[in-house]
Design a protein around this ligand. Structure first.
Ligand code: FES
Ligand SMILES: [Fe+2]
Length: 443
């Protein structure tokens, strides 16, 4: 048996004191009870499989749709297009200050309720009520139907029976999640040990937000694959470093500090060392001037103690932890006290919308703003390099010429993701929708 992932000095396991080290023998993959065979990528090339994922995954799991800062006051709202769950929702802060979620649909004849110029575009704003564009029915922010045009023309219509359809909504650490499954476990239970380990992180202090959005011609899981392994980093991102540094990095390869999985969720902990770099010759002149780069601003803000779930290996060279909360929410926390989120919103079996938001403590002067902007544009350059392979991969796996691919131990989280997603679909097909997928470290 492999070594336990969370052994305290007394020999028991303790969620708050998890210290992860590479298994002394074997591999991470075996440690997590995953098979080591090549992985079949039919789950990323089939419209039929995507239809099953919609039912089994996106209509059954907690989906992060935004943050509480997007609803700053009573009456604030925003919409979210969720093709994965085949619907659109509206999130609103009601007059009592509660966050609510509704199907974005009028109860009269089903018109989309909240949109501006184009029904497929997400919108946000502030209002006292929602009015349908079609026949003028109105709804209060608690979802109640308040006005029906020519109400007398209807047949015993009781407005109390035609409120907006509520969607389950819960907030964790300021992140707003929805779930279309009335039977699903509460959000905190769903996020499990990895979520618990992040509680208390000062997300609320990091309100300076920069967002990128891209339409990607690849299955939603392929971009997660690209961000959950760094095996590619010394090769795909070779040009980001100076030539000499790049040669060195390719020689070393990449080995993560730690991996962890808990149920459907996973994380990878990785090296830093670029914030600031040990040798200023490693980085570009603008990075030296602004003291900033991919890893963020070198002069990190004081945000107090960080939660126990970060840097699980307690490694002095720790740089960042990337958490994937299944199915499509990545939370990436950087050592220099900033974070970013990725969302991968499927729009078909071979397309998705990629969203990335970078969050910083608000700058206090122009120089700090420029430091953050450099981190933001540097990230974009890397993300473009990551995104560049996706359509090339999708088109070739769709050829079907090869169906199974060998994944190495540094690609363990890809294996975990595809195994988990297939597990949800298999449970759904067996008539056990939403049963929890249990993958966790051997102990
Ligand atoms: S569809 Fe909304 S008022 Fe008729
Ligand atoms: Fe990358």
């Amino acid at each position: 048996m492999l070594s336990s992932v969370a052994v305290t000095p007394t020999g028991g396991t303790d969620r708050t004191m998890a210290h992860f080290t590479k298994p002394e023998e074997g591999s991470w993959t075996e440690h997590f009870g995953l098979a080591t065979e090549p992985v079949n990528y039919d789950d990323s090339t089939s419209p039929q499989h995507y239809a099953l994922e919609q039912e089994a995954i996106f209509k059954k799991t907690w989906l992060n749709v935004g943050r509480v800062e997007q609803l700053p006051k009573n009456g604030s709202y925003f919409t979210k297009e969720l093709d994965g769950a085949n619907t659109s929702v509206v999130l609103v802060r009601d007059m009592a200050g509660e966050v609510r979620a509704f199907q974005n649909m009028c109860r009269h004849r089903g018109n989309k309720l909240v949109w501006n110029d184009y029904p497929g575009e997400e919108v946000s704003g502030t209002c006292r009520q929602f009015t349908c564009k079609y026949h003028g029915w109105r709804y209060g922010l608690e979802g109640q139907l308040t006005f029906v045009q020519q109400e007398d023309e209807f047949f015993a219509l009781d407005k109390d029976d035609y409120g907006l359809m509520a969607v389950r909504v819960e907030v964790w650490e300021g992140f707003i999640f929805v779930n279309f499954d009335p039977e699903a476990a509460p959000l905190k239970d769903y996020l499990g040990r990895l979520g618990e380990g992040l509680e208390g992180y000062p997300f609320h202090l990091m309100t300076q937000k920069h967002t990128y959005r891209a339409e990607i011609g690849a299955n939603w899981k392929l971009f997660i694959d690209a961000f959950m392994e760094f095996y590619h980093a010394p090769v795909l991102h070779a040009k980001q470093a100076t030539d000499e540094e790049s040669r060195k990095l390719q020689g070393y390869g990449f080995e993560a500090l730690a991996y962890d999985v808990d149920g459907p969720h996973s994380m990878v902990s990785s090296w830093g060392g670029m914030s600031p770099p040990k040798d200023l010759g490693m980085v570009k002149p603008i990075e030296r001037v602004l003291r900033s780069g991919l890893f963020g601003v070198w002069d990190r803000p004081d945000v107090g103690e960080l939660p126990e779930g970060l840097n699980p290996a307690r490694h002095p060279a720790w740089g960042e932890d990337s958490f994937l909360f299944f199915p499509n929410f990545t939370l990436l926390i950087w050592m220099p006290n900033w974070y970013l989120t990725y969302h991968y919103w499927p729009t078909s079996y071979n397309t998705h919308i990629f969203e990335c938001s970078l969050y910083f403590v608000p700058p206090t002067n122009a120089y700090e703003r420029l430091q953050q902007e450099l981190a933001v544009v540097t990230f974009k350059e890397y993300a473009l390099q990551d995104g560049n392979t996706l359509e090339a991969t999708q088109t070739m796996i769709e050829s079907g010429a090869v169906k199974e691919f060998p994944l190495c131990d540094q690609e363990v989280l890809l294996r975990h993701l595809h195994t988990t997603a297939r597990g949800y679909v298999a449970d759904h097909e067996r008539g056990r929708p939403g049963s929890p997928v249990q993958i966790s470290a051997a102990s």
